[in-house]
Design a protein around this ligand. Structure first.
Ligand SMILES: Cc1ncc(COP(=O)(O)O)c(C=O)c1O
Length: 502
């Protein structure tokens, strides 16, 4: 193809589903300026005819490109390339000189101002808890046992600090196809979770006193990792399209973002905002740390492409984890770093801990390569969608006036605002007394929280339990509401899943 509005799309056998190849072809053509803002793209019917395929993959690809903001529909007049801020692709990667010497004197600055009440560990609505009972244990046991039996003696000795080479290959292949990450196995480091990944970023990229921009509200784990390395945290507000790029502080060394699914509010960053962030980072010679912690689970569209993959040589460090998609006790996460920094990261990793346990890396590698992973993700997507629906509906019927859902399009949790007079820490304590776990939104703020709210995980509890726990939560909120009298259950209609009230 090469007609106006059509990039060259050469389908490759084994390069993934057709819709994904069309999506990738268009995304690359738009980002590289081969398709310009305002250019009209062919109708799905015409493109399908030209490509000699059915219309469905084309429709799926266009739907995703529209959702991510690369294309825009104009009423009845067709579909056009969206007006994105152009970013000049730089030659070569980010300079290794931008990396810093290790922070050998970890600073004392702790980000989290409030000590959160102890969570009720396994109850609804514990955040970050997968449907553990649905994990294919028998398959996992088989793969672990097989690897124990077959492990050569060399695999029982000291392992590679960067991770088992076969697992690094499998992760790189998955990230290239499922997340549009630009990477080779040599850029992947296997680590015991994203918490160490963030610590490592701090050790390699920062010196004590460096400024790091963080999302406000944001992920307390990131505040802790960067704060403990002596960074000065600069909170940047988040709106309905994610981090507000214009509010980034100049002279920052790094910015931590969750663009696919902002933690905790749940919004996703549109293409134009992503390009603005990449341009900002290039201009200010700052690093972007992209935490893509739960992006396999989207209910309103397919998983979004990564920020890392949008531009060749972008200054992005990509962080991922198997904690949510498989189970947290596995303690396997990973980093994708620019090639010129790989050695530095591996050196620092060895300084923190020599290497990750080999046995579970080998079992995970088989789990990925033999298709169990993709199957599990597919199953969990529908399990979590049903749990999300149950929570949204129960909130609508029981708590419609007291809890306003921010966004529930994706992930394993949702955030919801409480009425202004209600203290979220008090609600969390009252809920814990009733055996219900919730996280106070105020604990995700590095500064003062302007609004109180709750972060509710829905993935770890079945629908019936969710319904029951929403009843308990309603009681807890009523107990903490001034004047202190119980409210009647609301009869308001449920929030729509895609409702966005930021
Ligand atoms: C924003 C975010 N990043 C990363 C993680 C995963 O952390 P880890 O891989 O250390 O278990 C979580 C889990 O709660 C999270 O919420």
């Amino acid at each position: 193809l090469g007609a106006p509005g059509s990039p060259l799309i050469a389908f490759e056998a084994g390069a993934g589903p057709l819709y994904r190849q069309i999506y990738a072809g268009y995304r690359a053509a738009i980002l590289e300026g081969r398709l310009r803002p305002g250019e009209r793209v062919p109708s799905s019917r015409a493109l399908a005819r030209e490509l000699g395929i059915s219309r469905l993959p084309v429709l799926n690809a266009f739907e995703q490109l529209l959702h991510e903001g690369y294309l825009e529909g104009r009423g009845g007049s067709g579909t056009y390339v969206a007006a994105l801020v152009p970013v000049r692709g730089g030659a070569g990667g980010p300079s290794a000189a931008m990396a810093r010497v290790p922070a050998d004197a970890p600073g004392a600055q702790q980000a989290a101002a409030h000590a959160p009440p102890a969570p009720t560990e396994h109850a609804a609505f514990r955040v970050s808890l997968p449907a553990l009972e649905r994990f294919p244990r028998a398959t996992w046991a088989r793969l672990v046992a097989r690897n124990v039996r077959n492990m050569p003696l060399s695999a029982m000795a000291y392992g590679d600090p960067a991770g088992e080479p076969a697992l690094r290959e499998a992760i790189a292949a998955y990230l290239r196809s499922a997340r549009a990450v630009r990477c080779e196995a040599s850029q992947v480091l296997v680590l015991p979770g994203s918490q160490m990944a963030l610590q490592l970023c701090a050790r390699v990229l920062l010196q004590p006193g460096d400024r790091v921009c963080i999302e406000e509200p944001g992920y307390p784990g990131a505040h802790q990792a960067f704060g403990a390395a002596g960074a000065k945290l600069h909170p940047v507000p988040v709106d309905a399209h994610g981090l507000v790029v214009e509010a980034l502080a100049p002279a920052s060394r790094a910015v931590y973002v969750t663009p696919s699914h902002q933690y905790p509010l749940g919004v996703s960053m549109h293409a134009a905002r992503r390009l603005a962030l990449l341009a900002w980072a290039r201009q200010h010679r700052a690093w972007i740390v992209e935490d893509d912690y739960d992006s396999d689970f989207r209910y309103a569209s397919r998983p979004l492409g990564s920020l890392q993959g949008m531009q060749h040589g972008a200054n992005v460090i990509y962080v991922g984890s198997f904690s949510k998609v498989l189970f947290p006790a596995l303690r396997i996460g990973y980093l994708v770093v620019p090639p010129e920094l790989a050695r530095r990261f591996v050196e620092e990793r060895s300084a923190l801990d020599l290497f990750s346990p080999t046995l579970h890396q080998l079992a995970l590698c088989d789990f990925l390569r033999e298709g169990h992973f993709v199957r599990h993700v597919r199953r969990m997507r529908s399990v979590y969608r049903a749990r999300r629906d149950a929570l949204v509906e129960a909130i609508g019927t029981r708590l419609g006036t007291q809890l306003q859902i921010v966004n529930s399009d994706a992930g394993m949790h949702l955030a919801a605002w409480l009425p202004p007079a209600v203290d979220d820490l008090a609600v969390v304590r009252c809920a814990a007394k009733r055996g219900v776990s919730a996280t106070a939104l105020s604990t995700c703020h590095a500064g003062n929280a302007p609004r109180s709210g709750l972060v509710l995980g829905f993935s770890g509890a079945a629908e019936a339990e969710i319904e029951r726990a929403v009843g308990m939560l309603a009681e807890a909120i009523a107990e903490c509401t001034i004047p202190n009298r119980p409210r009647r259950a609301s009869r308001n209609p449920p929030h729509r899943a895609s409702e966005n009230v930021l």
